[in-house]
Design a protein around this ligand. Structure first.
Ligand SMILES: Cc1cc2nc3c(=O)[nH]c(=O)nc-3n(C[C@H](O)[C@H](O)[C@H](O)COP(=O)(O)O)c2cc1C
Length: 494
């Protein structure tokens, strides 16, 4: 499988194409130092086998930021070194640090814009980024990723909303000027230490840019020697929802939904944009690897977007397009799974060892996103109650098992089916997959949940439905299926 093949990123090689894209954990204190919780979070990603681990956005300047890692001073190097060391000891994956510059936001809703900054202030940024990259290198990390995505300073420079009237605004060359200076300065200071870049494939706001601009950005960063190009979508201040007394959070509007597409979005929701940009890059003669992300949560789908042969059971035909014929039909070269690997950091290892059925599958409920928004420790809804880290897979397994009783019952209403089940009698269930078959077709997981009930409101009238529930333990090991319940949906008046 392409997914399990190594890939060269500049001067280093990653052992496979699974990537943990940067994901703020809110585990650090306001002081910005690496602590034990942070190390444990990333140790699990490394143990789990991801080929590339991008450590969460870390600030390159001293600005107030709440719980966010910092790399703005040499005093942060020892913590980063401990983090790098823990990951390198635990696995083969390479560890990059995402470095970020952001502007001020206030609880009143006011926010500083790039048009408020003087040229002198802007021109401090290349050295701030370069100093941070040198610290990351000294800490023994394997590379840095320049954060030019979402609502932050460099993204706002690239944005079509950058209306500066000087040589840093409006035209695409001007919008690229500062980000290019940053990339150039960092490269000049770190030699062949790999420098990746993350920017938006599409801003997902009115009058924002889309893949045409992003394709030109990609060509520029490839020319400047980016080790890889990581593409995200949305996450902007322009459409963020103002909440009384709270600073703007750039993931509350439509562009925020597009950044972290929830359960109502199709799988691989953003990959078509990534493909346009990667194709443009290849047509311009650049081989720079491209990382795509956005609701790519299964091995089957990951392999498909990488251009490998799509296994027959893949369910993401609509978003990822028809089965590709060869490597050039790839949409990306590295698969970013943020929430998927938060739910189960051991997914890559389970997949490599042929235990795909033991994966705790992300359901894109976005509880993690809400926690990030309120500066609370980011955990996964599917982890055992109260856990602040993903559980490690257990060596011995006895999956949860039901007793002899009929455990699953349903109640049918107009256009909805309510399901309830009892807890398994043997073993402890950490969660439950709810499976449904429509009109005699194959069963598909419609949700995973930790509660013992589910409301299916995605049923159409006149459908013949069958349901069953499969419990899993804290390692994702599936136990015995429940009884099957058949339901005929009532005629609903139109
Ligand atoms: C809790 C949380 C924190 C995130 N923090 C960052 C971040 O620090 N930097 C970044 O570039 N993206 C961040 N993202 C976006 C992810 O990297 C990723 O692009 C997005 O979640 C879509 O990928 P997914 O569908 O695999 O989750 C964050 C996402 C989540 C859910």
């Amino acid at each position: 499988m392409v997914l399990f093949e190594p890939l060269q990123l500049g001067s280093i090689q990653i052992p496979n194409r699974f990537a943990v894209p940067a994901m703020v954990t809110r585990l650090s204190g306001d002081d910005g130092f690496v602590n034990d919780g942070i190390i444990e979070r990333y140790r699990r990603f490394a143990e789990g086998g991801a080929g590339l681990i991008v450590v969460e956005a870390s600030s390159i300047h001293g600005g107030k930021s709440g719980p966010l890692l910092k790399i703005s001073d040499d005093e942060f190097i020892p913590g980063m070194a401990a983090l790098a060391d823990a990951c390198h000891t635990a696995g083969e994956g390479k560890v990059f640090l995402q470095i970020i510059h952001f502007l001020k936001v206030a609880r009143s809703g006011w926010r500083q814009k790039v048009s408020d900054l003087s040229v002198e202030e802007l021109e401090l940024l290349p050295d701030l980024f370069a100093d941070a990259a040198v610290r990351a290198m000294e800490a023994g990390l394997d590379g840095v990723e320049l954060h030019m995505a979402h609502a932050y300073t460099l993204s706002s420079m690239l944005s079509r909303m950058n209306r500066r009237r000087d040589h840093y605004g409006r035209t695409i060359e001007n919008r690229l000027r500062l980000p290019s200076m940053v990339m150039q300065r960092v490269k000049d200071r770190v030699g062949d230490f790999p420098v990746g870049v993350r920017f938006l494939a599409d801003e997902s706001i009115r009058r924002g840019y889309s893949a045409d601009d992003a394709s030109l950005f990609a060509i520029r960063f490839a020319e400047l020697g980016a080790a890889y190009i990581s593409l995200s979508v949305g996450g902007k201040f322009e459409d963020a929802v103002q909440r009384e007394g709270q600073p703007l959070y750039p993931y509350t509007g439509y562009s925020g939904d597009r950044c972290m597409p929830g359960d109502s979005y199709p799988d691989a929701a953003n990959i078509w944009l990534v493909k346009i940009i990667r194709d443009g890059l290849r047509a311009a003669g650049h081989t720079t690897p491209v990382l795509g992300a956005g609701k790519i949560g299964t091995v089957e789908l990951a392999e498909k977007v990488l251009g490998g042969a799509a296994p027959a059971e893949s369910t993401a035909e609509s978003a990822a397009g028809p089965a590709p014929a060869g490597p050039d039909s790839a949409s990306c070269d590295i698969v970013g799974m943020a929430r998927g690997l938060l739910a189960d950091p051991y997914l890559p290892r389970k997949a490599m060892n042929g235990h795909r059925d033991e994966v705790v599958q992300c359901i894109y409920c976005n509880v993690c996103k809400s926690l990030d928004e309120s500066f609370k420790t980011v955990v996964c809804y599917l982890w055992p109650k109260g856990a602040i880290q993903a559980p490690r897979p257990q060596e011995t397994r006895a999956g949860p098992a039901w007793g002899d009783e009929q455990e699953l019952v349903t109640k049918v209403g107009p256009g909805e089916v309510r399901l309830r089940w009892s807890k398994p009698e043997h073993g402890e269930a950490s969660g439950y997959d709810v499976l449904r078959s429509v009109d005699g077709g194959d069963y598909a997981v419609i949700t995973s949940c930790t509660r013992t009930r589910h409301l299916d409101d995605m049923a159409l009238r006149n459908q013949s439905l069958r349901y069953r529930v499969v419990p899993y333990d804290r390692s994702g090991f599936r136990g015995q299926s429940s009884n099957v319940v058949e339901v005929e949906l009532d005629e609903v008046a139109l």
